[in-house]
Design a protein around this ligand. Sequence first.
Ligand code: GLY
Ligand code: MN
Length: 465
Amino acid sequence: MFEKKVYLQRRAALKSKINSGILLFLGNEESPMNYKDNAYHFRQDSTFLYYFGISEPSLGAIVDLDEDQVILFGDEMGIDDIVWMGRQKTLEEKSLDAGLTRVLPLAQLDTYLKQYQDKKRQVHFLPPYRSENKIKLANWLNLPIHLLKEKASLSFIKAVVAQRSIKAVEEIEELDRAAAISADIHLMVMQQAKPGMYERELAAKIQGAALASGGNLAYPVILTVRGEILHNHYHGNQLQNGQLVLNDSGVETTLGYAGDLTRTFPVGKKFSAEQKDVYDIVLNAYTHAKNLLAPGVRYLDVHLASCKMLAQGLKDIGLMKGNIDDAVQAGAHAMFFQCGTGHMMGLDVHDMEDLGEQYVGYTDELTKNTTQFGLKSLRLGKALEAGYVLTVEPGVYIIPELIDRWKAANQFAEYINYDKLEQFRNFSGIRVEDDFLVTENGNRMLGKHLALTTDEIESIRSDAY
Ligand code: GLY
Ligand code: MN
């Protein structure tokens, strides 16, 4: 946990943003894999972690804005828990560490919420994403589950998003650490990959190193020779000379802050000429996009600028044609780049995605009112502020099924050179990704430098043999 004063300050700042009512916080429950006592790795809810710092299951908390009191609800370990899991700090000790003075048994949360209902006091809650919390909320508030999302408190959501979006000094230290450890792991993978290995062997090294760092993975490892599959979690392919390995992986620190990095490197010592051409196109887009990051700049414009860099590069090697501005406006570049250039990052790798993309990535004035393939997947569009932490991750992905579908429909034939594209059909994909802090004057990359240019990567790959 951070120092007690961090949690006191965070709760005080939140209280000052909402006028009245009760703020309800739900921690996460253990999540069974195949039976109750065989659970997935426990991950606390990030908003709960942010305001209360306690990473253990089955907790709730209320902040009563009118009576100015904060109560943590949870149960101390019984002797059975101690027998099976060992003695740990008591909940009371942990709550004192978080600056909390009132702890009540979990069952009393029910009683409190019923009282508030009876007195018609407003209970503000955040949109639940775990089934257990959906069921609890539906019962407490007497609401059907499908209405919970729309009945969640907008003022609560907006206040949390505003606060969590601006990273404080102690958070930036954690995020720097997450990115630096992630960079070390990426380097290790680049040094150890060899033809004949299975993807899963490298994925296992990443997972092992994440655990060894004292934290965990921030999200499931994407380590694949089929880098065109954006969130590919299959690790069964054998690495072959001539292929590219796309490694998108990052750790979360002990305190829960994420790193999210991607590098793409050749299985052999060198990129082919074709691979190098496409890599440099992606790297140009990355460099152009990250140099634009500064307060006041809309990330939508960063994204569009990065798409244009990609499209221009693809035109230069004959895969696209025509007017690049028009092509990007029409969405033709999405044949090669089907997602957004980046996203907010913090306690969640896609920070606060549970609270709603409209509030995290957009504003009342800049809503994401598009269904355009590609642009609809941009999670962040709004103007940046100093203290935001986000990723920049352009890529080029050649998806055979997409080629077939668009070609059959003659889609964007004025912008896409389908004959040339057929030669790239089995190219796979390239992504480059780093994490950035928006500063008063511009931006700073988090963590440490990790081999980025084809020369830097080839030098590491040559040493690997
Ligand atoms: N690293 C996975 C993602 O950003 O979606
Ligand atoms: Mn990412």
